[in-house]
Design a protein around this ligand. Structure first.
Ligand code: R1P
Length: 296
């Protein structure tokens, strides 16, 4: 990979690849399922159509992008690992590689703050951030600061959230019949340990954090580490200006690059095929829509 940086604001390699995911325009679809582990991405990738041949790229920084079609609809599966910084690389770098709308559904695991049984599927309608306050004195305690800060909630895209819920109503297996919750609130944390209330050898001042979360956030149901940041970035993207590389993708060279353009429209009973109905040709003002499904 050539790596001469041409733009310090958005570094890319000489052949147009974003720096951390390693992809470029033409190698990622507008409809994206993101997961946290390679094996999950590879498993979902096996469900894609046999033709066209899948595009697959493991980046040097630990991201995996698999692009293909599901029932002839272009879809990308992207493994981003864990946490807010990786979400930031993922949303921004893929946005830079796309024109038109960008749809993101995160499939992940989560902790649960209610009595839902293990195996329940939660579709959070909104998420808050729960972040360690580094100004708090974690050694001596601190009368002036709180050890953890909670953000205001940010919502999932209502259309994509509804499409996901409706598709699951139709397609979910009998084992999930009574175990799908679609109006929950999620909290995304900046640590698997301190800001999720786990007691370790560190002085985290978090013994009452879970009780505080439950009291402060109405409807709080799940804890994980990415959903808030995806919703937040999707909601805050200004979407008025496409980069020249996204509008005019560079000619494809190198590995097999499927021509994921000319997206067909249509609906079906299945969530992956419902997604195209949400993608519009809004090149003057595209949007990022995000939703999430979390397995307890
Ligand atoms: C922590 O073990 C990881 O598990 C949860 C958290 O959000 C965090 O990424 O999600 P995934 O299993 O989907 O990665």
């Amino acid at each position: 990979m050539k790596d001469r940086v041409q733009n310090a604001n958005f570094p890319k390699t000489e052949d147009g690849r974003v720096y951390h995911l390693g992809i470029r325009a033409g190698e990622v679809a507008n409809r994206i399922i993101t997961v946290g582990s390679m094996s999950r991405a590879e498993s979902i990738g096996k469900m894609l159509d046999a033709s066209p041949k899948l595009f697959s790229l493991y980046s040097e920084r630990g991201f995996l992008t698999i692009t293909g079609c599901y029932k002839s609809i272009p879809v990308s599966i992207v493994c981003i690992g864990m946490g807010a910084p990786n979400v930031d690389f993922f949303i921004r770098e893929i946005r830079e590689c796309l024109s038109g709308d960008m749809l993101v559904i995160r499939l992940g695991s989560c902790g649960c703050l209610t009595d839902l049984p293990v195996g329940s599927l939660v579709l959070p309608a909104s998420s808050v951030a729960c972040i360690r306050n580094v100004d708090f004195d974690f050694v001596s305690g601190d009368p002036w600061e709180v050890p953890y800060r909670l953000s205001k909630p940010v919502s999932a895209d209502p259309d994509l959230h509804s499409a996901l819920r409706d598709a699951l109503e139709i397609t979910r297996p009998p084992s999930l019949k009574n175990l799908v919750v679609s109006n929950a609130v999620n909290a995304s944390t900046d640590s698997f340990y301190s800001s999720q209330g786990r007691q370790t050898s560190f002085q985290d001042h978090n013994a009452s954090l879970i009780d505080h979360l439950k009291a402060a956030v109405s409807g709080i149901t799940t804890l994980e580490m990415e959903t808030f940041w995806i919703f937040h970035l999707a909601a805050s993207w200004r979407g008025v200006k496409q980069s020249s590389s996204a509008v005019n993708p560079p000619p494809a060279t190198g590995p097999v690059v499927p021509a994921f353009s000319g997206i067909p429209s249509g609906t079906s009973e299945n969530v992956e095929v419902l997604l195209p109905s949400l993608v519009e040709n809004t090149s003057s003002r595209p949007v990022i829509r995000a939703a999430a499904a979390q397995m307890v």
